[in-house]
Design a protein around this ligand. Structure first.
Ligand SMILES: Cc1cc2nc3c(=O)[nH]c(=O)nc-3n(C[C@H](O)[C@H](O)[C@H](O)COP(=O)(O)OP(=O)(O)OC[C@H]3O[C@@H](n4cnc5c(N)ncnc54)[C@H](O)[C@@H]3O)c2cc1C
Length: 387
């Protein structure tokens, strides 16, 4: 087994973080062995029970403070978990969506009452999260969403449909992006929480048949006159949704880049092993100069990507990661991931195209990285704005 390891973030020198990483590695290796992961792939989703197990083991909401039921960790703990699950190939289990994307919306933008009401349930696994932004007619252009949440007595009636929603089949805690005032553009957008077992008119549509991430239940969702009480409006003030989304995007984009660098590391190691073992023209494939040059270039790109990502993680930890830098990370690192996946697959020859080989699966999974979280074209739009 080749063991190329890319430079780790400096915080991994910290004894407590190393112990946390070891505990996470032990737990997830034991709780999600390959046979269970294969079952998730066959089923097209992770079973609900697994979320409860992870909650009981203390790995949900790890960066939430103790007053809301969390263990009081921080973003470094989130990164460790993200990397652990990515290394183990648990791509169907959307822990970063739950821990790093949705929980912070509540923690940072919820009212005190909302935090007390919801966060402990996210920590225990009693609730599984999703964020519903994208619609059939609006993905990149979020201002064009058509879902509405119009005032009705003491609450809101939500009408509309969403698509591409990760955790779509099992989530029971859905942050819905909707227009509370369609006449006001971005200032008319709000975030509302739908607890699916407490409402009528909510329906899950098809689980989408994707080319990768087969264990992820990416789905359509429908809201037909779904009534939620006013206390489910995140932050309690209408029209803040767009700004709440924008505030959290740098961290979300960084997490995508973190997944990319783990994928790069795995792909290079698989390819080193494969090419050293595979023979052609009386020598190992690794001995061809082309193979060595390709893998040298992959390593160089991966080291540069990892070093930049580590710098971004440090900035995110001390609150200085800005939109521009996270857009650069998301765009460049995922584009580079794709170059590396393709080069590594090529070096596997025909076996690279066979699903049994991990590089084939990773190549398919990597393709979405340049599309979700804001497509890489949108990242360029954002970066260009600052030029
Ligand atoms: C597996 C998966 C999981 C997902 N999970 C979620 C989720 O949990 N929640 C959620 O809300 N969404 C989720 N999404 C949706 C994802 O965020 C969107 O697919 C993405 O934002 C792109 O939107 P779109 O698909 O509507 O493409 P479009 O916006 O229609 O874009 C089509 C093409 O046009 C390009 N384009 C668009 N605007 C511009 C522009 N101004 N300049 C140049 N080019 C442009 C895009 O880059 C793209 O190449 C997920 C998607 C997938 C596939």
């Amino acid at each position: 087994m080749s063991t190329l390891t890319l430079p780790q973030p400096d915080f991994m020198q910290d004894e407590e973080l190393r112990m946390f990483a070891d505990a996470a590695q032990r737990f997830f290796s034991r709780a999600a062995p390959p046979v269970r992961v294969q079952q998730w792939i066959n089923d097209g989703q992770v079973e609900r029970e697994f979320w409860t197990e992870v909650g009981e083991a203390g790995f949900l909401g790890v960066s939430l403070p103790e007053e809301y039921g969390g263990p009081g960790g921080d973003f470094r703990h989130d990164i460790v978990l993200c990397e652990t699950c990515a290394r183990l190939g648990l791509d169907g289990f959307a822990i970063t969506l739950h821990n790093v994307i949705v929980a912070p919306y509540i923690q940072l933008h919820g009212t005190e009452e909302q935090k007390q009401r919801w966060l402990p349930k996210l920590v225990s696994g009693e609730r599984v999260c999703a964020i519903a932004m994208s619609e059939p007619g609006a993905g990149s252009d979020l201002q064009a969403i058509r879902t509405t949440a119009l005032k009705d007595g003491d609450g809101y009636r939500i009408n509309g449909s969403k698509t591409f929603i990760s955790n779509g089949q099992i989530a029971d805690f859905i942050v819905v992006v909707a227009k509370t005032d369609p006449s006001k553009g971005a200032r008319g957008v709000s975030l509302l929480v739908v607890e699916t077992d407490k409402v009528e008119g909510f329906r899950r549509g098809n689980k989408l048949d994707k080319i990768g991430h087969e264990a992820q239940d990416t789905s359509e969702l429908f809201f037909d006159d779904v009534y939620v009480p006013a206390e489910n409006l995140l932050g309690g003030v209408e029209g803040k949704g767009f700004f709440q989304l924008m505030a959290e995007l740098p961290r979300e984009r960084l997490i995508i880049a973190v997944n990319s660098v783990i994928a790069m590391e795995k792909a290079i190691n698989w390819t080193l092993d494969y090419t050293k073992d595979r023979k052609a023209f009386g020598q190992s494939v690794f001995e061809f100069q082309n193979t060595q040059f390709q893998l040298a270039a992959c390593k160089a790109k991966a080291v540069v990507a990892r070093t930049f990502v580590n710098d971004c993680i440090e900035k995110a930890c001390n609150g200085t990661l800005d939109n521009d830098t996270s857009a650069i990370a998301k765009m460049w690192v995922t584009d580079t991931e794709w170059e590396i996946m393709d080069a590594c697959l090529q070096l596997h020859g025909g076996y690279g195209y066979v699903n049994e080989f991990p590089i084939a699966k990773q190549w398919k999974n990597s393709r979405i990285q340049r599309i979700y979280g804001g497509s890489n074209e949108i990242m360029k739009v954002l970066i260009a704005r600052g030029l």
